[in-house]
Ligand binder design. Structure first.
Ligand code: BGC
Length: 764
């Protein structure tokens, strides 16, 4: 009886509302601001808070019983979903504003059709983690992961990848990516290093900004591209113990000198539409409840105009994990009050926030602010007019030849040659008739990196396939193991060792495994390690093959730096390929056989052992004033380091003026020559040290880089403009300013001392 009564009241209410709907917000000829206001005026408080609620798609977690969106008549499917699926029902009741983890265009269309059945027909904003291409969708282009793209030092190429990714996303019914991850990866144990642009503020800033511009469009999000998300705000990249989400205590100096700049530029140069707080606490206050971070810094200082999305159930964790909020309801309230605008996944948020507004704990104007921005994005995207994707037409925009070509070029530029004794590489075609390719990563989809679904086999060029394509006449033998590195079959090592003796050259492909759908993975989100050696028996394999006495090339596929110290001492050629994506195997083979000259440089320092952590290039002067007792002090490979098949020589740097005032710019120039035998691309780097500061300064900081391609014997004058912002830092006066004094201006091939040439600048 009670239920029937409630149902009747609900029906009366909804028909009353339906009768009175002012549908002018559906008129595309009206300005967006007006449409948003007309719509918001007639939304109930529940409907408004619902816009702040994001849920997983219908397919999420249904590994055993996936829904067959493609093969069922939509009306029948929707009817059955409304009966059986809580999320579908909530969408039709207008209780959901956005979705995530929607894995196909068919699912996206069905979700939008369900949203159309709601009272106000508000479309859903659909989000995905498109981290290096729209890779969570099967059949989309998979580009190299972010750490590889950072090795290219090529923001222009990354911007184009962003543009292409946006096209593929929109063709897949997705409008928003939780990318880029512009945290600084300053602890190699952290499993998420691969989805960042490395350890350096300047490089991360350049790459992150470029990617956002590519994804969203030049002048902020105008609806043509997709919404980007600058994450995670802030400090998750050097968690205590290297473990994801562990606490971060950081001085204001460090926060402002190192961590804020990528976010500041994402906001002020690329107008990023959304920001995601970090899992971790910062100086005792979890980021998701951190008013100082989300309000005072993000909104007031950095001028962020978009909306803040929580990370996966991190608001709940204010209570459960951080023990900061005494109850879950209090956690929801705290997060919204601190500045979170949308809740990612989970129940209870809507009810708790509606109640908090009714009880005047949160003003309704706070909710209105968030709702306005979310609806504005939906209008900009044209979702009220065209929520559905024309599936046959959109297929031709995905995995196009053009996108594949970009993915291949990106893979080529992302690979770093770490060692090449006596020019073992490139391998002369025809010289090595019998080649052994071995290792768990030789024929493994881990080449695709984290944040991708299992892609069609024909879209994955593994290292083995790439080599087979590159040298079709060679006899290629293999011992590939399984890609389950943790369960690596040790007995096969013997076979590999025997075959190595018979081969003319051995290519050992090892590293880590970041495959999201592989329970056996060793790297990626929530795969942190307390050791940086090759996992399980891979070192043993490498040593066994080396013992053959035949030449060995080591190819690494991994998402984080590995302490391959033994290999550096023994193996003549080492290639760091990161996770170069679907075209990766071809790019690696092209480099091994000399079709392409490697040009990548490391965006992160490689420690000799895990015990060296923290090892970053922009450390303070006192860092290595004392040495380790029993082992070598200093990294295995330096930030910015990478070899080429040719050689480059740097001339002495010359300043346009020796002395400047604090508000002046100066340029530094030098001659760069290709002194080797083939064409090559050098990434010339500019580092600066403020020699004496009111706060101690790092020994050097990257402040510029350029990719320069030269023919053998060719020379070019290279110049960098040093503007005051490249000399400024957050001083003891608590502001960004240039302090007068002497500065070291360094140019060269890497951050390593012997690779740099220096000139002095005086600032008055
Ligand atoms: C990650 C985020 C990601 C989200 C949604 C979380 O676990 O920390 O970076 O965007 O999941 O998939």
């Amino acid at each position: 009886m009670k239920h029937a009564l409630l149902f009747l009241v609900g029906l009366l209410f909804s028909s009353f509302c339906q009768g009175t709907i002012d549908e002018r917000y559906l008129d595309p000829s009206l300005p967006i601001d007006k449409r948003v206001r007309i719509l918001m005026r007639q939304m109930t408080l529940e409907e408004k808070v619902a816009q702040l609620c994001q849920y997983v798609g219908l397919q999420y977690g249904r590994k055993d019983k996936p829904i067959a969106f493609e093969s069922t008549d939509p009306d029948t499917l929707i009817r059955s979903l409304l009966e059986s699926n809580g999320i579908a029902r909530n969408i039709s009741l207008g209780k959901v504003g956005a979705c995530l983890h929607v894995y196909s265009v068919e699912e996206a269309n069905i979700l939008q059709m369900i949203a159309r059945t709601s009272r106000l027909k508000i479309p859903l904003l659909i989000a995905i983690d498109a981290i290096h291409g729209n890779c969570m969708h099967r059949g989309c282009t998979v580009y190299p992961t972010s750490i590889g793209m950072a090795s290219s030092f090529n923001p222009v190429l990354l911007k184009e990848i962003g543009r292409q990714t946006a096209v593929e996303m929109r063709s897949s019914g997705v409008h928003w990516t939780f990318n880029p991850n512009i945290e600084l990866a300053r602890d190699a144990r952290w499993g998420r290093v691969g989805e960042t642009f490395g350890e350096d503020t300047y490089l991360v800033t350049q790459m992150g900004t470029a990617l956002i511009l590519g994804l969203q469009g030049e002048n902020g999000f105008d609806g043509s591209g997709v919404l980007a998300c600058a994450k995670h705000f802030v400090g998750g990249g050097e968690p205590a113990g290297g473990i994801n989400a562990a606490p971060m205590d950081m001085s204001e100096q460090k926060l402002r000198d190192l961590y804020l700049s990528p976010f500041a530029e994402a906001i002020n140069k690329a107008y990023v539409a959304t920001v995601m707080p970090a899992h971790n606490e910062l100086n005792g206050v979890p980021c998701h409840a951190n008013h100082y971070l989300l309000q005072e810094i993000l909104r007031n200082e950095l001028g962020f105009q978009g909306f803040v999305i929580s990370d996966w159930m991190d608001i709940e964790r204010l209570h459960e994990m951080h023990h900061y909020a005494p109850s879950q309801e209090e956690a929801f309230r705290m997060a919204v009050k601190a500045g979170v605008d949308m809740h990612m996944q989970g129940d209870g948020f809507l009810e708790a926030i509606v109640e908090a507004v009714r009880n005047k704990y949160i003003p309704e104007t706070r909710i209105d602010l968030a709702v306005y921005k979310i609806l504005e994005a939906k209008f900009r995207l044209g979702l009220f007019e065209n929520p559905l994707v024309d599936i046959p037409a959109s297929r031709s925009l995905i995995y196009t030849e053009d996108h594949q070509a970009t993915a291949l070029e990106a893979a080529r530029q992302s690979i770093v040659l770490l060692k090449n004794d006596n020019y073992l590489l490139p391998l002369k075609q025809g010289r090595y008739k019998k080649i052994l390719v071995t290792g768990p990563n030789a024929n493994s989809p881990t080449i695709m990196g984290d944040w991708t679904t299992r892609q069609p086999e024909e879209n994955v060029i593994t290292v083995l396939a790439g080599i087979q394509q590159q040298v079709p006449d060679a006899v290629i033998d293999t011992v590939c193991f399984s890609n389950k590195i943790r369960k690596m079959d040790r007995s096969l090592i013997k076979t590999a060792a025997q075959k190595a003796v018979e081969a003319d050259i051995n290519i050992v492909v090892v590293g880590e495994n970041s495959e999201r759908y592989n329970s056996d993975r060793t790297c990626g989100e929530n795969c942190d390690r307390d050791n940086l050696e090759l996992p399980t028996h891979q070192q043993e394999l490498l040593e066994a093959v080396y013992a053959s006495g035949k030449p060995v090339i080591l190819v690494l596929l991994n998402g984080r730096p590995l302490s391959v110290t033994w290999a550096q001492q023994h193996i003549p050629a080492i290639v760091e390929a990161w996770e170069p994506g679907g075209m990766g195997g071809r790019a690696i083979a092209e480099i091994l056989f000399g079709k392409v000259n490697p040009s990548g440089k490391l965006p992160i320092t490689f420690p000799r052992s895990v015990g060296q952590i923290q090892t970053v290039y922009n450390h303070k002067a006192s860092q290595y004033s004392r040495k380790f007792a029993l082992t070598t002090t200093g990294p295995l490979y330096h930030f910015g380091y990478g070899l080429s098949y040719t050689t480059f020589e740097y001339g002495n740097p010359v300043l346009s003026k020796d002395t400047i005032h604090t508000n002046e710019a100066v340029s530094v120039s030098f001659e760069l020559a290709n002194t080797g035998l083939c064409q090559g691309t050098e990434i010339a780097q500019l580092y600066i040290q403020d020699e004496y500061g009111t706060v101690t300064r790092p020994v050097k900081e990257l402040k510029g880089f350029q990719r320069i391609t030269l023919n053998p014997g060719e020379k070019q004058r290279v110049s960098f403009l040093i503007t005051p912002d490249k000399l400024a830092f957050f001083t003891s006066g608590k502001k960004y300013e240039v302090e007068p004094g002497s500065f070291k201006i360094m140019v060269g091939a890497s951050s390593r001392e012997q690779d740099l040439k220096t000139v002095s600048l005086m600032v008055k």
